[in-house]
Design a protein around this ligand. Structure first.
Ligand code: AMP
Ligand code: FE
Ligand code: FE
Ligand code: ZN
Length: 300
């Protein structure tokens, strides 16, 4: 195959995707994806099934995780700022004790946090924790999309996008931050020590970049690079053009990997379509060279 479609960020219902791993691979085959990284939030539980399905469909499979982390940075005014950073981890060893323990803790604290969010929402909408649990596949990582699905099932809203816009948005009255997750630089070290390749998912997405006139947070990024960050997911629908341009410059300066991906969450989870952004074969090769903790399945 000379035109490769390499999609390095895809979710199933092992976290907040709306489709099973089997449905995701069937959709990937239909979309002409040639290599797919399954990157569910804070879990590797989809990998065994993904490997089998990849073999069946003759689609390349790169084991991945989207690791929830929380950054702590001191801004230009000396103020401490904390914010979430999603860190893609390619090819880590799923049995690495430190990484597995950190992921287990994140999964647990996500549930505690989600119960808090649901308790707040239940003051204003007819919805319960049982409704949310009903939207989660057995063993899936819990996240706000399951709350959205529960509110949709109750008939309060039409789709996840509407629920995020009206109820679940960051900083809103029902929002609770994810406190029990690893600090970002610690997560980078954990991933590297497990043989994995850490790549920031959708950096500064959805208007998260500097406001006009403000500088880019170069120190924050160079600190992560010093810890072993491998690269950035530049080509993602939520990363703005000026942010992409800045990231490409930084990647060139530090000789880092750049990727592109869909962040697919199922046909009805998000508008993101499989293969809508892709990673070059050269960049995939660099990730494969650095990833030592698990084994990809590749076809030529
Ligand atoms: P959480 O992991 O609980 O913080 O929830 C964040 C997840 O919600 C992200 O990984 C996205 O998959 C999903 N999400 C965020 N915004 C939206 C949106 N507008 N529409 C659909 N899903 C969203
Ligand atoms: Fe998600
Ligand atoms: Fe993400
Ligand atoms: Zn994602």
């Amino acid at each position: 195959m000379n035109h490769q479609v390499i999609d390095m960020h895809v979710h199933s219902n092992k976290s907040d995707g709306r489709e099973s791993v089997a449905e995701v691979f069937a959709a990937a085959a239909a979309a002409g994806v040639s290599t797919l990284a399954l990157t569910d939030h804070d879990t590797t539980s989809g990998w065994p099934e993904a490997r089998e399905l990849a073999a069946k469909h003759r689609i390349g499979f790169v084991p991945g995780i989207e690791v929830t982390t929380r950054a702590r940075v001191i801004d230009a005014n000396g103020q401490e700022r904390r914010f979430g950073v999603h860190m893609l981890a390619y090819l880590p060893d799923p049995n690495n004790a430190a990484l597995a323990a950190a992921l287990a803790e994140s999964v647990q604290s996500r549930e505690v946090r989600l119960r808090e969010i649901v308790a707040k929402i239940a003051n204003h909408f007819d919805v319960s924790w049982a409704d949310v649990e009903a939207e989660l596949t057995e063993g899936a990582t819990a996240g706000r999309p399951a709350v959205a699905d529960a509110l949709i099932a109750r008939g309060h809203f039409i789709n996840r996008g509407e629920v995020f816009e009206k109820v679940l948005y960051k900083g809103g009255p029902y929002y609770v931050p994810n406190r029990g997750v690893p600090e970002t630089k610690a997560a980078i070290r954990l991933i590297r020590e497990a043989g994995g390749v850490p790549v920031i998912a959708h950096p500064m997405a959805r208007g998260g970049g500097p406001k006009p006139g403000e500088p880019f947070p170069v120190d924050h990024f160079e600190d992560m690079i010093a810890e072993g960050l491998a690269g950035f997911e530049v080509y993602h629908r939520d990363v703005a053009p000026e942010v992409r341009e800045w990231l490409l410059g930084l990647a060139t300066k530090h000789d880092l990997v750049i990727t592109g991906s869909s962040d697919y969450h199922g046909a009805t989870g998000k508008p993101n379509l499989l293969g809508e952004n892709t990673t070059s074969p050269e960049m995939l090769e660099r990730i494969l060279d650095q990833g030592q903790g698990s084994v990809p399945l590749l076809f030529d």
